[in-house]
Design a protein around this ligand. Structure first.
Ligand code: SAM
Length: 243
């Protein structure tokens, strides 16, 4: 994904909503020598963690982190060659405001990496049950929008959002993220956590029976995550636009 961004040595990059800064060093490597990366997040705890995480990185001098809001940053117009938003727009009550701000501070390109929870495949969970859980989650999000905001189906909306925000050369590329058997422990924790989170979101609109069946479907003691035919896949997409 990072290779596809086309970052160049010397670029100045804003990692907006950087969280724990998992992506920031990968950007720093692409823009070296001569470039630098600024990570911004609303959470001071995550910013402190991100700074600690890169403290021993050979390019630590070309990265810095600061607390800030992705809807209103302190940066000048056109301060960055590229602005990256990683899984952020799903948390914005109005993601067009975030895109406007990213566009304002970019003199080149803006990238948004998002997921779309409508495309998730869990196998061997029963297909009808997965579809029922996804539909129930979609209904819960629509009828009782979470506070703070969260949109599980953001990925499909970003291409249009970039066009509406006035970007040129808008392109969206999908990436299939898949986890096949045999799953390592982190992958098992991820799949189980992801399924539990989806089930919790869907719960108000599931029958007792479906709620029970879904929670059993990924119970680690059932051995489902160790099955030879286990397969998980979801789609993430990166939308890019030029200012
Ligand atoms: C899912 S995390 C993504 C972190 C990172 N970009 C990544 O892809 O690993 C979303 C991040 O958005 C941050 N966030 C939420 N609302 C924000 C706001 N108004 N301004 C800045 N950051 C915000 C959260 O603190 C969180 O770190």
């Amino acid at each position: 994904m990072v290779d596809d961004l086309g970052l160049r040595p010397g670029d100045v990059v804003l990692d907006l909503g950087c969280g724990p800064g998992l992506w920031t060093p990968m950007f720093a490597e692409k823009v070296a020598p001569g470039g630098n990366v600024v990570g911004v997040d609303i959470s001071k705890e995550l910013i402190d963690y991100a700074a600690l995480r890169i403290a021993d990185h050979p390019l630590s001098g070309s990265m810095r982190f600061e607390v800030g809001n992705f809807e209103a940053t302190p940066f000048d117009d056109g301060a960055f060659d590229a602005v990256f938003l990683g899984n952020c727009c799903c948390y914005a009550s109005d993601f067009s405001r975030v895109l406007r701000e990213a566009k304002r501070v970019s003199r080149g390109r803006v990238f948004s990496k998002d997921f779309d929870g409508g495309t998730v495949i869990y196998h061997p969970a029963e297909e009808r049950l997965t579809a029922t859980v996804l539909a129930a989650a979609a209904r819960a999000l629509q009828e009782t929008p979470p506070q703070p905001a969260f949109d599980n189906f953001i990925g499909r909306k970003m291409h249009g959002a970039f066009r509406s925000a006035g970007f040129s050369d808008v392109e969206t590329r999908p990436y299939a993220i898949q986890l096949n058997s045999p799953l390592g422990e982190p992958a098992k924790r991820y799949v189980e956590g992801n399924a539990r989170w989806l089930g919790a979101m869907a719960a108000p609109h599931l029958s007792d029976e479906d709620r029970e069946r879904w929670s059993k479907a990924f119970d680690p003691v059932s051995g489902v995550l160790d099955r030879e035919d286990f397969y998980f896949c979801m789609v993430e997409m990166i939308t890019k636009g030029s200012v």
